[in-house]
Write a protein that binds this ligand. Structure first.
Ligand SMILES: NC(=O)c1ccc[n+]([C@@H]2O[C@H](COP(=O)([O-])OP(=O)(O)OC[C@H]3O[C@@H](n4cnc5c(N)ncnc54)[C@H](OP(=O)(O)O)[C@@H]3O)[C@@H](O)[C@H]2O)c1
Length: 432
């Protein structure tokens, strides 16, 4: 057998530990598949004395994580995290040294992917990040390779397992967001600081990477419009269900009016759509290609095993000598596309208002909609249960006919500051 692929591993947490265990258990099979063994030779993390649950005494320990690139290794695997800091320093030094770089770090790739792909091309090194999007689900490989012959019309999906866990639990048990979040934190499905997950930032990182690969555009995280699920109430889940929908946090990208459109928001998804049936911490991505049709990628979006599976798949590609440009085409070929104007988009909307229980409120909302040119398909009014954070209010839910999003935005602008509203309206798009 030819000489091993020598690895330096930065980060020995959930994913780093998973990579060591996977290579221990499946090493012989992987060596046959890759044509050579994959061997970890050095590791680094913050705390040398921490019990990792795996034996790391067989690897060289390096105190300074950013020094791994200087070792006699073929590939550095970065499983530290963070868009900048040691992860970025390590990426730059590794690629400048002409060594392969594998990461699960979506934040860093979303922010610095273009620079890093240029650096990889300049030195002829591999840059791979399958685990950065949808964990164990091989969606980057699917788009870069399997669907490479297609023009992709649209890519969208459930990109954050924490949010999907919370929404599907709210749905199954009729509970409110804060309550389910606390349980998700206790179970380890949500971080102590859940902001990146529940406010849509994590999904936005992943969407920016997916959109770049799907559309041949430069990764543009700053152009992703993102909001999360913290304002979704149990009443929204119930109303959506009554209308034939489930609520899912979706990342969605397509070519919109005058540019690339990227958004992460809670959406209403018809129960007949496969994404409505994705529950728990699962991720699922739909890509629509002009020759292949609709593809659905689904599986575990996080966790030590699934994420390690994606990391090691990248290592196997490198061991085989099979890697191409990181974003499926050379960095200079990626288009710098302007963001599309969301106001030009057409669609149906769900808008929920919490309003004071008094005469004239419905007329005020209906007038704002009419004056902005929004056509109302249905209007439902219900009393609040009192334990949903907007006690004493009445809910008004409007579903619109298809129309320009600009009109809904204008209607909400007209209602801004109205004494009739007791809280911020929640506007959700209905997946068309
Ligand atoms: N967890 C998942 O399911 C998952 C899924 C997909 C992608 N990812 C991505 O994978 C990466 C790793 O995630 P994780 O969940 O494995 O994180 P984690 O459990 O928090 O582990 C992070 C590791 O990095 C080390 N580290 C942290 N800061 C460091 C620093 N300044 N210098 C050197 N080492 C440092 C830690 O050292 P100590 O152990 O000594 O403290 C720890 O070993 C992140 O980019 C994450 O977004 C994770």
């Amino acid at each position: 057998m030819t000489k091993p692929l020598r690895i330096a591993l930065a980060g020995l947490g959930t994913v780093g530990g998973g990579v060591i265990r996977l290579l221990d258990e499946n090493g012989a099979l992987i060596a046959r598949r890759a044509g050579r063994p994959i061997e970890i030779v050095a590791v680094s993390a913050r705390d040398r004395s921490k019990d990792r649950g795996v034996d790391i005494s067989r690897f060289a320990w390096v105190d300074d994580t950013t020094a791994l690139a200087g070792l006699d290794v073929d590939v550095v695997v970065e499983l530290v995290g963070g868009s900048d800091g040691p992860a970025l320093t390590l990426a730059r030094t590794t690629l400048a040294a002409g060594k392969g770089f594998v990461t699960a770090n979506k934040a860093m790739i979303a922010h610095h992917g273009l620079e890093l792909s240029r650096a990889a091309e300049a030195s002829g090194a591999a840059l791979k990040f399958e685990a950065a999007v949808a964990g164990g689900v091989p969606v980057i490989k699917g788009l870069r390779e399997g669907a490479a012959a297609n023009a992709i019309d649209r890519v969208y999906g459930i990109l954050n397992g924490t949010c999907n866990f919370i929404l599907s639990k709210m749905e199954a048990e009729g509970r409110d967001f804060a309550d389910v979040l606390a349980e998700a934190q206790a179970l380890g499905y949500a971080e102590a600081d859940p902001t990146f997950d529940i406010d849509g930032v994590d999904a936005a990182h992943k969407l920016a990477i997916l959109a770049s690969i799907a559309f041949g555009t430069q990764p543009a995280f700053g152009d992703v419009a993102a909001s999360g699920i913290r304002h979704v109430l149990a009443t929204d889940i119930a109303e959506a269900e009554a209308l034939g929908y489930r609520i899912r946090l979706l990342g969605l990208a397509d070519h919109g009016a005058g540019g690339l459109f990227q958004r992460v928001h809670p959406h209403l998804v018809a129960v007949s759509h496969p994404l409505a049936h994705v529950t728990g911490a699962t991720n699922a991505v739909v890509a629509e290609g002009n020759y292949v049709g609709r593809l659905l990628f689904q599986g575990a979006g996080a966790g030590d095993g699934p994420t390690a599976s994606a990391v090691v798949a990248d290592l196997i590609d490198i061991a085989r000598g099979e890697f191409g440009p990181a974003f499926a085409m050379p960095a200079d070929a990626l288009a710098a596309e302007a963001p599309a104007d969301p106001g030009e988009r057409r669609g149906r909307a769900y808008v929920r208002f919490a309003v004071a229980d008094k005469v004239g409120v419905l007329a005020e909302i209906a007038a704002a909609m009419r004056d902005a040119g929004v056509s109302i398909e249905s209007l439902i009014q219900r009393g609040s249960s009192g334990d949903d954070g907007v006690g004493g209010s009445v809910f008004v839910v409007i579903v619109t006919h298809e129309g320009p999003e600009r009109a809904v935005a204008q209607a909400l602008e007209r209602l801004r500051g109205s004494q009739s509203l007791t809280g911020q309206p929640l506007w959700m798009h209905i997946l068309g």
